[in-house]
Design a protein. Sequence first.
Length: 217
Amino acid sequence: MAGLNVILLGPPGAGKGTQAERIKQDYNLVHISTGDMLREAVAAGTELGVKAKGFMDAGELVPDEVVIGIVVDRLRQPDTESGFLLDGFPRSLSQAHELDTALDAAGKQITMALAMIVPESELIKRLTGRRLCRDCQKPYHVVFSPPRQEGVCDQCGGEIFQRSDDSEETVQNRLEVYRTQTEPLIDYYRSRGVLTEIDGVGHPDEIYQRIRGSLSQ
Ligand code: AP5
Ligand code: MG
Ligand code: ZN
């Protein structure tokens, strides 16, 4: 079977990273998270990271000329032949068009866009309580999914930290940016016949079962 090429769509805090951990293991997909890639570049102090940091801290989108190149380069790597899972990209219609152009040129297409639906009040609770592993990026939550040992990643023993853009004020702006720039992608992928909406409220395992049900159809 050819690999699945999946987009995880959803507002900040919808659980894209949480579900990506599960999906990538079971379906053997390469997980491409632009947020994780940009945060790595910021931490490493590369030119890309320097350009991206101010936008990320303000909760704004990093400009297309910075982001599109890193995704297109990543999709050219041979490990993506067996399927990929895009998390946090595309995030605007212009990015979706660029992605289509790159995939067309490679003779590939999107199998499914999974839109995770979560009410805004829940998103704010999730984001302001989120913690992450500095090494493997596994997401945690101070109330909903704490690590077994405080401050230490269950999966790799890495240090757990809070993202600088998870303050209440930045979260509000990220949600606004999502509504204006990213939400239109739901209709875009619906009109192309690849959209599946997933109820993103409930236990992460329960949500994953809904995703599995859709991916196996
Ligand atoms: P990015 O890192 O992509 O952040 P985001 O889209 O804001 O999404 P999040 O990572 O915050 O949420 P998530 O859906 O992954 O949720 P998670 O699983 O962690 O982007 C960051 C920034 O980078 C952007 O603001 C922008 O500046 C830049 N950027 C990135 N991509 C770009 C692009 N394409 N173009 C331009 N700029 C770009 O879960 C959240 C929390 O909730 C966790 O604590 C988790 O444990 C908890 N949780 C998860 N599921 C559940 C559940 N079912 N019940 C209870 N709690 C749950
Ligand atoms: Mg994420
Ligand atoms: Zn870890």
